[in-house]
Ligand binder design. Structure first.
Ligand code: FES
Length: 152
């Protein structure tokens, strides 16, 4: 998902002379790169000959826009009541340990992002973790490595 200047320029090109097209363009940039980087905001501002804060102001008004790079795989660990009483916290700790996450929620290579959630509605399978769209239930900390290895 490299955001080289050249590639971004290609995304911008069709919007030339369409000064009202800032939102469709922001959507296109996010669709292409997964988020709106500082570099993208800056180039869009230059492209439309407006200030960066103007572009940023428009983008932050809409909840659909993201400003941080998303990870390739999203790992959600459930800490709802059923999962919590069956060891959800230890699952979360095992995930973080396996991914080497001492702080933060995204690995430095952007391969994995970790979130905690309240309940997936799969309490019978507690403790539960979801990787992308796949549900893993009845987990133990020792199963975490082999589960995450499938995504490496
Ligand atoms: S509490 Fe974890 S799935 Fe419901």
């Amino acid at each position: 998902m490299e955001q080289s200047g050249k590639h971004l320029t290609e995304v911008l090109a069709p919007y030339k002379d369409e000064r009202g097209a800032i939102i469709p363009l922001l959507q296109k940039v996010q669709e292409t790169f997964g988020y709106l980087s500082e570099e993208a905001i800056s180039q869009i501002a230059k492209f439309f000959k407006v200030s960066e804060s103007e572009v940023f102001g428009v983008a932050t008004f809409y909840a659909q826009f993201r400003f941080t790079r998303p990870a390739e795989h999203c790992v959600k660990v459930c800490l709802g009541t059923a999962c919590h009483v069956r060891g959800g916290q230890q699952i979360l700790e095992a995930v973080r340990r396996d991914l080497g996450l001492e702080s933060g929620s995204t690995t430095t290579d952007y391969k994995f992002g970790v979130e905690r959630v309240a309940c997936f509605g799969s309490c019978a399978l507690a403790p539960v973790m979801v990787v992308d769209d796949r549900v893993y239930g009845r987990l133990t900390p020792t199963k975490i490595k082999e589960t995450l290895d499938k995504y490496r």
